[in-house]
Design a protein around this ligand. Structure first.
Ligand code: CS2
Length: 490
């Protein structure tokens, strides 16, 4: 089968073809972290914005974060790939033309820095995942003692996100290429503010370059954003189905749900795509939207991933089909989270929860519990711990939020399902947590493991928190996951 590329795209079924000719597009944006999420989200907004506004200048130079795999998938395809939008019954395909160049961040760093310094580029977007920011989980500041961060600052070819970004900004300043917006699209609370502060800390504390920090302060904005679309990892079976629909092989295809949302803080001093023409919301303050999404959607996602994983359930859709598990998610969202949220214009929280649970139930996505369960030490802070702290300060009992923490701990420490099958979870804190538990997996492991994760030192002083987590931790073992979830809801 021939491969999707500029040379073959003419043979794609008309319904899957873009209104734009990829050859007409020029690069106006750089994106760091060209994973599936970027290809199913920002790249699609870029295409739709260019189509709606009749523009061609917002093609993307997409940069891989850790290695050349995605570059090697997209390069032979001239950056083209298929997005399969799957509903319960229906699939729609489109070949997305926005990615006009793919660079491997580690081996083509110099070109990446040139792109950031290019006057034709005025927006840098990022989806690099929570851990790539290298923030201290307790203070949310850049870990200036991180060896990679320090080595970047000492002048080697940078490997960290902040190191690369600042090297690019420095080059941009030297080139006098004008203002820029750096738009974080990761699931962090106040992602723009966190990145701006990390960049400023890097410049002043490590580079000791106040002039660069001053230029960045004047010329670079860091709008916060809330991004939302469920994008499961693409499987071989997905690639085969897409290949037979296209009549072409596509190594870089992505799958997504129909739902998509992007709320962007309107803070730009430089030109940007007409994202609003593509359905994005530009608002003065993203925080209510971010909080609503992280504490509702992502928190319920993590809860279902951990409960589902312990119960031996492979996908989110299968987890949400279990009555006691969906009841726990609903109680988390409606009873524990809702009172902690500020009003977000245009969002009715009750409808929001219904929509989220319906989206989770989409059986065509095959979104695995293990994918959502990964990196818990970095995810559960904004998703669950903030809700727990707020609930406790109001005198409420965060039963389900602590149930989720206990289920996460069993993933990391016990690593067994209810049926004693092995459970593997990728978690950056896992090794430290298990070392702190010193081989114990009973309830005495809970506090040392939590302390070693370094994410909830304040909460560890609160016996209402530790008491609940320990209680559920034991109950999972004694009664099983589903029965424990049922008891937690009652
Ligand atoms: C998920 C998110 O993997 C995860 O942790 O909760 O990636 C989720 O699918 C997206 O945030 C949805 O917008």
């Amino acid at each position: 089968m021939r491969r999707l590329s500029l040379a073959t795209v003419g043979s794609v079924p008309p319904a899957a073809r873009s209104a734009l000719d990829p050859r007409d597009l020029t690069i106006g944006m750089v994106h760091l972290g060209v994973g599936g999420f970027h290809r199913a989200h920002q790249a699609v907004y870029a295409e739709d914005a260019m189509t709606a506004a009749d523009q061609t200048g917002w093609g993307i130079s997409a940069v891989t974060q850790r290695g050349p795999r995605v570059r090697d998938q997209l390069h032979p395809q001239d950056g083209l790939y298929t997005l399969a939008v799957r509903d319960t019954e229906d699939v729609r395909y489109r070949v997305v033309p926005s990615v006009r160049e793919v660079l491997d961040g580690p081996s083509e760093t110099d070109t990446v820095l040139d792109r950031i310094a290019d006057p034709a580029v005025s927006v840098v977007t990022l989806t690099v995942t929570e851990k790539a920011y290298r923030l201290d989980p307790a203070t949310h500041r850049l870990r200036t003692d991180d060896p990679d961060v320090r080595a970047d600052a000492a002048g080697r070819t940078p490997v960290t996100v902040v190191g690369r970004l600042v090297a690019g900004l420095r080059r941009r300043r030297q080139a006098d290429a004008g203002p820029l917006a750096v738009v974080s699209c990761d699931n962090l609370n106040e992602n723009g503010m966190l990145l701006r502060r990390a960049v400023a800390d890097y410049c002043t504390l490590l580079l000791r370059d106040d002039e660069l920090a001053g230029w960045i302060g004047e010329s670079v904005t860091f709008p916060s954003t809330m991004v939302d679309r469920i994008v499961p990892a693409t499987t071989d079976a997905d690639r085969a189905a897409i290949g037979s629909m296209l009549g072409l092989r596509d190594e870089a295809a992505v799958i997504a749900e129909p739902f998509s949302q992007w709320v962007i803080e309107d803070d730009f001093r430089s030109p940007r795509p007409a994202w609003e023409a593509a359905g994005a919301m530009l608002v003065p303050d993203v925080r209510p939207y971010e909080l609503t999404k992280l504490r509702t959607l992502n928190a319920c996602h993590s809860l279902l991933a951990y409960l589902g994983g312990l119960a031996g359930i492979g996908t989110i859709a299968d987890a949400v089909a279990v009555q006691d598990l969906v009841a726990a998610a609903r109680r988390l969202a409606e009873v524990e989270v809702r009172p902690t949220l500020p009003p977000a214009k245009g969002i009715d929280h009750h409808d929001y929860v219904d929509t989220v649970l319906r989206r989770f139930a989409n059986p065509a996505l095959g979104h695995t519990t293990s994918q959502v369960a990964a990196d818990g030490a970095l995810k559960i802070g904004p998703r669950l711990l903030d809700t727990i702290a707020d609930a406790l300060s109001r005198g409420n009992e965060p039963r389900i939020a602590t149930l989720a923490i206990a289920a996460w701990l069993r993933h990391v420490v016990v690593r067994r399902t209810d049926d004693n099958a092995p459970l593997n979870v990728d978690d950056p804190a896992a090794a430290a947590m298990r070392a702190a538990a010193q081989g114990r997996t009973d309830v005495t492991a809970v506090r040392p493991a939590l302390r070693a994760a370094g994410i909830c030192d304040d909460l560890l002083e609160d016996r209402r928190f530790t008491g609940l987590v320990e209680y559920w931790y034991v109950e999972f073992d004694r009664a099983g996951t589903v029965a424990t979830a049922r008891a937690a809801v009652e």
